[in-house]
Design a protein around this ligand. Structure first.
Ligand code: GLA
Length: 387
């Protein structure tokens, strides 16, 4: 049975009512890491791993929410938006509901059942996928008329304010606006976006999952964000108050500031400024079919994330280092927030199985953990399923 059929079945059993079924994808990001909240460019794609939600109006103020995967159930009073300490999963939904209310948009209380196949804590944005599915469902069910960009902004704010991760807009934007066979280049300052066909020839995108679960709420993610803000405030004061974000800061300003900036903040800024330049030329490589050059830039991104931005971990570094010299691997780097999760790799198809066998043995020997591999393809953005 497909996941959406399972949640529908459970919904019908619990509520004897026909639900709306919504699917929303997780994402990969080819290049442009930790630049979304710095107003830079990112290059994500929605993938064929999704969150699924069955949703329908409740008859009273009380909604019943069920997580099929966690085997948990909770009741929610729509008059109160208090985080639920014993049901952290439900907070992802509550945060979204609260944002509609904050915009003065009235949301009918609802029941919902959710499930999905985006691995949790692996850096594939399972939470953004769930929040995007819920936001989309609420918007449809209540005829609120928000477009996908407005929904992405709403979901980002829910994460920022209710969950407490000061994330950028990349994950939810990709989940809501992804397009099959394409990557999306998003300017995170203006929210202008453009689709690029993703043609990988005889290569595939492969993810290796370290098995180190990352939870950005408890990580140094928010610390990185404030270090970047410190850098931006410095450049504004010293050079030009009109500069809007760190990605726009010229490298020359940074270089002229070495003695005045805190060395850690300096490194963070160097990474962001370089990464934003890297992604623009990487997009040209992709368009021109220069996959080898694109791959070299991915690897440079990893080096920056590891040494300057310091969001990698030994497991991620091990996986990247092991593949560095393999001729069948065009590019390899950690992906997403970091501190665990997956590496993203572009690998020649015929070499994938052999490499995985070798890599997983080495990984288990060195790290004492099982390595998982996901081969992903791109998918469309959030949609209603007629199931
Ligand atoms: C997480 C965040 C995103 C982005 C990435 C790093 O996935 O949710 O907003 O900052 O990390 O690029």
């Amino acid at each position: 049975m497909m996941i959406y059929e399972e949640i529908k079945k459970l919904f019908l059993e619990e509520f004897q009512q026909e639900p709306m079924l919504v699917r929303s994808s997780g994402r990969v990001n080819l290049i442009g890491e930790h630049v979304d909240y710095n107003g830079g460019f990112v290059l994500p794609a929605a993938i064929d791993k999704s969150a699924y939600v069955a949703i329908a109006p409740a008859e009273s103020q009380i909604g019943k929410w069920i997580s099929m995967d966690l085997k948990k159930k909770t009741e929610v009073d729509f008059g109160v938006f208090k985080p639920l300490a014993d049901h952290r999963w439900a907070n992802y939904i509550l945060g979204v509901v609260e944002q509609f209310a904050k915009r003065g948009l009235s949301v009918k209380p609802f029941h919902c059942v959710m499930s999905g196949d985006v691995p949790i804590g692996s850096g594939l944005s399972s939470s953004a996928a769930l929040e995007s599915a819920i936001a989309f469902g609420i918007n449809e069910m209540n005829n609120l008329g928000l477009d996908r960009t407005a929904l992405a902004q709403l979901v980002q704010q829910a994460e920022n304010e209710f969950i407490g991760v000061k994330c950028g807009i990349m994950d939810m934007f990709a989940s809501l606006r992804g397009k099959e066979n394409h990557v999306l280049r998003l300017d995170c300052e203006t929210l202008d976006y453009q689709y690029f066909p993703l043609s990988l020839g005889d290569c595939k995108i492969v993810l290796f999952d370290t098995g180190v679960k990352h939870n950005l709420v408890d990580s140094e993610y928010n610390v990185r964000r404030s270090q970047c803000e410190e850098g931006l405030a410095f450049f504004r004061k010293k050079f030009d108050n009109a500069v809007q974000n760190l990605s726009q800061v010229p490298l020359a300003w940074l270089q002229a500031s070495r003695s005045q900036l805190n060395p850690v903040v300096y490194n963070r800024c160097q990474y962001v400024i370089e990464e934003n330049q890297r992604i623009l030329s990487a997009c040209e490589d992709l368009q021109a079919g220069r996959l080898e050059d694109f791959g070299i830039k991915m690897t440079a991104t990893h080096e920056g994330l590891r040494h300057l931005y310091e969001v990698s971990c030994q497991e991620l570094d091990f996986l990247v280092d092991e593949l560095w010299h393999e001729s069948a691997v065009l590019g390899s780097r950690m992906m997403g927030g970091g501190f665990g999760g997956c590496t993203i790799n572009i690998i020649k198809m015929e070499a994938i199985d052999g490499l995985f066998a070798k890599l997983s043995t080495r990984y288990e020997q060195k790290m004492g953990k099982k390595l998982k591999m996901y081969s992903v393809v791109t998918a469309n953005g959030t949609e209603i399923i007629n199931g």
